[in-house]
Design a protein around this ligand. Structure first.
Ligand code: FYN
Ligand code: ADP
Length: 590
C-alpha cells in the first residue's frame, strides 16, 4: 500500500522515497489508483504523460509498474487494446484530458468493436467549471463523450471510491463479451488524501473477473444434432476463439470431427495454417457449398458478407444461401444479427468447446469423403498456383516476391508475432504468410482500421518478449510512424517492414488537371523511411530485392534490435483497396 505523509505529493517526494511504503498515516488518489491496479495484477500502463497525470506515471514507475510512454495517445490506446487481447487482462491506457482523451478514444472504440478488453483512464478538468461550461483548461464532459463508444464508462469523484471504480472497470472490460471501458479521474481526485488504512480497506481485489459461462445442455445437444446431420460441414474460427485461449480443445474438436475449418484473419495459427483440414486456400468454394456452418467466436458481419448473398451461394446480394448456422459465442444477443442462427450456443468458448467435446465422444463420423476430397482438390490447386507465383523474382520486387521472404522468416520463427496493416499489404500477407501458433497474427480487425501498427507492435513486444514483425503498407505506417522513437527508446525487438510503393494502394495515380499537386493517393516518391529509424538509433535498411529483404529480416531477428526495412515495391503493384474494392461507391458514369 503506498502512503504519503504530507497532503501534497510531488515528483520529488517519489524520487526521494521510492515506493513510499513507510509508517505514514495518509494516502492519496495517486497512490490509491496505483495500488488498486497492482492489487489486481495489472503491471503495465501504456500512456502519454501531461496535466493532470504526469505524477501518476512517475509514481507508477516508482512503484514498480512498467510505464510505456508513447508519442500519441491513439497508439498507446491501441497498445493497451492488443495487450488485452493477448493476455485476457484489461490493457490500461492513460491519457491527459480533452484532446489526449479524444486521441485515446478512437482506440477505445476500436477495442469495443473488436471485443478487446481495455480501460482508458483519462485525467479530466475541474468538474464544477466543466459542468457550468465556464471555460476550463481542456474543458470537456469526457464521461458523456465516451459513453456511446465504450462498453461501460465510470467517473470517480472521491478517493475512497477508487477501489470500486477500478474494480468495476476491470469487470466490465473482461467479463462476458470483452470491450473498452472508460474511467474518468478528475484532476482534484489525485491529490485527495484519506487515512491510509481506510484507503487499503477500500480497495477491491476482483474475484473471478471473467466468470466461466457454461452453455445449456439442450443448446449443446441441438448444435450437435445439427452438426451430425451435415453433409458439407464447415467450422469458422474467429478472433474470439483465439482470444479465449482454449487452443488445445479447439484443436481436438476440429481433429476429432474431421470437419474442414476456415480461420478468420486473427484466428490464423490457432491451428497451424498448414493443417490438412484448413480450407483457407479455398474460401470462395467452401462458403457457398457448406450446408452447416459452426461459427466459433466469429460474427457474421461484413467480413463474412453478413452470412448471405453471393459469397454464400445466394441468388442476389441479400439472399440467404441456404446454410444452417451454429454459433458459439459469449454474447446472447449475437445470434440472428444477420441471418437465422439455428443453434446458438451461448457461453465462454472454453466451456462451450469442452461441453461439445464431451457430446462428440470418440466415434464421431467424419464428414463425407466427397466433401473432403472436393476441398482438398481445390485447395491443393490454389496452393500450387500460389507457390508458382511466389517463386517468381520480378524486378522491381512486388508484394508476392517480398512476402515469400516474410513467409519463410515466420516459418523459421513461429514464435514471432506478426502485426499487419494496409490494403494490399494486409490482404496479400494474410493469404501468403502462414501462421503456426495462436494469437501471433494481429491486424486491422473488425473495422479494417489503419493506424494500429506501431501501437500493436510495441505492446506485442512488451507483453510477450517475443520478436515482432510489422508488415506495413507505406500509407498505413504513416498513422503511427512516429512511434519508431518509442521502439528505440525501449529497445524493443521489433522489425518494421514497409512495403513502399509510393502511395495509398499504389503510387501511379496522376492529377488529371496537370496542376502542380500530385494525385490524392500519391506520396513523396522514393521516400527513405529507413532514415526515420536511424534518426533514433535503430537499424534502418533500404531493400530493393528479396535477397536484401531476407538478409535484413534475419539480422533483425538475430539481433533483436529495433529495425525498419524500407522494402521498395513496384509502384504499379496493388489494386484499389485490395480485396475490398467493391466497397468503394462507384461514381455515376457520364
Ligand atoms: C488464402 N488463399 C490462398 C491461401 N490462403 N491461396 C493459396 N494459398 C493459401 N495459403 C486464397 C483464398 O482462397 C482466397 O481466394 C484468397 O486467397 C484470399 O483469401 P482471404 O484473404 O482469406 O479471402 P478474402 O476473400 O479476401 O476474405 C474476405 C475478407 C478479407 C473480407 C474476410 O478480405 C478481409 O479480411 N479483409 C480485410 C480488409 C481490410 O480490412 N482492409 C483494410 C482497409 S483497406 P478465393 O477462394 O479464390 O476467393 C482500405 O482501403
Ligand atoms: P472475427 O473478426 O475474427 O470474425 P469477431 O470479432 O467478429 O471475430 O467475433 C468475435 C466474437 O467472439 C464476438 O462475437 C465475441 O462476443 C466472441 N467472444 C469473445 N471472447 C469470447 C469468449 N471468451 N467466449 C465466447 N465468445 C467470445
Amino acid at each position: 500500500m503506498g502512503t504519503v505523509e504530507s497532503q501534497v505529493v510531488t515528483a520529488s517526494d517519489v524520487q526521494q522515497h521510492p515506493g513510499m511504503n513507510t509508517q505514514s498515516q495518509l494516502t492519496d488518489g495517486f497512490h490509491l489508483v496505483i495500488d488498486a491496479l497492482k492489487l489486481n495484477g495489472i503491471d503495465t500502463i501504456f500512456g502519454l504523460p501531461g496535466i493532470p497525470i504526469t505524477d501518476l506515471t512517475r509514481m507508477a514507475q516508482a512503484a514498480g509498474m512498467r510505464v510505456i510512454s508513447f508519442r500519441h495517445e491513439q497508439n498507446a490506446g491501441n497498445a493497451a487494446a492488443i495487450a488485452g487481447f493477448l493476455t485476457m487482462k484489461p490493457g490500461i491506457c492513460l491519457t491527459v484530458s480533452a484532446p489526449g482523451f479524444l486521441n485515446g478514444l478512437t482506440a477505445l472504440a476500436n477495442a469495443t468493436t473488436n471485443c478487446f478488453p481495455m480501460i482508458l483512464i483519462s485525467g479530466s478538468s475541474e468538474r464544477e467549471i466543466v459542468d457550468l461550461q465556464q471555460g476550463d483548461y481542456e474543458e470537456m464532459d469526457q464521461l458523456a463523450v465516451a459513453k456511446p463508444l465504450a462498453k461501460a464508462a465510470f467517473r470517480v469523484l472521491h478517493a475512497g471510491d477508487i477501489g470500486v471504480g477500478i474494480a468495476r472497470a476491470i469487470r466490465a472490460a473482461v467479463s462476458g463479451r470483452p470491450g473498452g471501458v472508460y474511467l474518468d479521474l478528475p484532476a482534484k481526485l489525485f491529490a485527495q488524501t484519506m487515512d491510509a488504512e481506510l484507503g487499503t480497506k477500500s480497495l477491491i481485489k476482483v474475484v473471478d473477473p471473467a466468470p466461466r459461462q457454461i452453455p445449456a445442455q439442450d443448446a449443446v445437444q441441438r448444435a450437435l444434432e445439427l452438426l451430425k446431420s451435415a453433409r458439407r460441414p464447415l467450422i469458422l474460427l474467429g478472433k474470439g476463439a483465439a482470444y479465449a485461449q482454449a487452443d488445445a480443445d479447439i484443436r481436438v474438436l476440429i481433429e476429432r470431427t474431421g470437419i474442414p475449418y476456415l480461420p478468420m484473419s486473427m484466428a490464423k495459427g490457432l491451428l497451424p495454417d498448414t493443417h490438412e483440414q484448413s480450407a483457407a486456400a479455398t474460401r470462395s468454394y467452401v462458403l457457398p457449398e457448406a450446408d452447416v456452418v459452426m461459427l466459433i467466436g466469429a460474427r457474421l458481419n461484413w467480413l463474412l458478407s453478413h452470412g448471405k448473398g453471393k459469397t454464400w451461394g445466394g441468388q442476389d446480394p441479400k439472399a440467404w444461401g441456404g446454410q444452417k448456422f451454429i454459433q458459439v459465442d459469449i454474447s446472447p444477443q449475437e445470434a440472428d444479427s444477420n441471418v437465422r442462427i439455428d443453434a446458438p450456443v451461448v457461453g465462454d468458448i472454453g466451456s462451450c468447446v469442452s461441453t461439445l467435446l464431451a457430446g462428440i465422444g470418440s466415434n464421431w463420423a467424419k464428414p463425407p469423403a466427397e466433401w473432403l476430397s472436393a476441398i482438398a482438390e481445390r485447395k491443393n490447386k490454389n496452393i500450387a498456383k500460389m507457390a508458382e507465383t511466389l517463386a517468381k523474382n520480378p524486378v522491381p520486387m512486388n508484394f508476392h516476391s517480398a512476402l515469400n521472404v516474410v513467409r519463410d522468416i515466420i516459418k523459421a520463427n513461429p514464435d514471432a508475432i506478426l502485426v499487419n496493416e494496409g490494403a494490399n499489404a494486409l490482404d496479400f500477407t494474410r493469404s501468403i504468410v502462414d501462421m503456426y501458433q495462436p494469437r501471433k497474427r494481429l491486424d486491422v480487425g473488425t473495422w479494417g482500421v489503419m493506424g494500429i501498427g506501431m501501437g500493436f507492435a510495441v505492446a506485442a513486444a512488451v507483453v510477450s518478449g517475443q520478436p515482432v514483425i510489422a508488415i506495413e503498407g507505406d500509407s498505413a505506417f504513416g498513422f503511427s510512424g512516429m512511434e519508431v522513437e518509442t521502439l528505440c527508446r525501449y529497445d524493443l525487438p521489433v522489425c518494421v517492414v514497409i512495403f513502399n510503393n509510393n502511395g495509398v494502394y499504389r503510387g501511379t495515380d496522376v492529377n488529371p488537371t496537370g496542376g502542380p499537386d500530385v494525385a490524392p493517393t500519391v506520396f513523396v516518391k522514393g521516400a527513405r523511411y529507413d532514415k526515420l529509424m536511424e534518426a533514433f538509433g535503430g537499424v534502418g535498411v533500404h531493400a530493393t530485392t528479396p535477397a536484401e529483404l531476407r538478409k535484413a529480416m534475419e539480422a533483425a531477428i538475430r539481433s533483436r534490435k529495433p529495425t525498419l526495412i524500407n522494402a521498395v515495391i513496384d509502384e504499379a503493384a496493388g489494386t484499389e483497396s485490395g480485396r475490398i474494392t467493391s466497397l468503394n461507391p462507384s461514381a455515376r458514369k457520364k
